[in-house]
Design a protein around this ligand. Structure first.
Ligand SMILES: [Zn+2]
Length: 53
């Protein structure tokens, strides 16, 4: 009742994706659609999200 299930899921769903351009490791949450690489600025799409649809 006092905790938000959605928030909890975000933390459990953290995974790492390698930037295809520079190899930098980006941290994705289950919710994220895409993320900008902090190193080279390339936009990396969340592969899990694409599959789940
Ligand atoms: Zn990069």
């Amino acid at each position: 009742m006092h905790k938000c299930p959605r928030q909890e899921q975000r933390f459990e769903g953290v995974f790492e994706v390698e930037c295809s351009a520079c190899g930098e490791t980006l941290e994705f949450f289950g919710d994220d659609e895409k993320q900008k690489c902090s190193k080279c600025g390339v936009v990396v799409v969340n592969p899990n999200r694409q599959e789940a649809k």
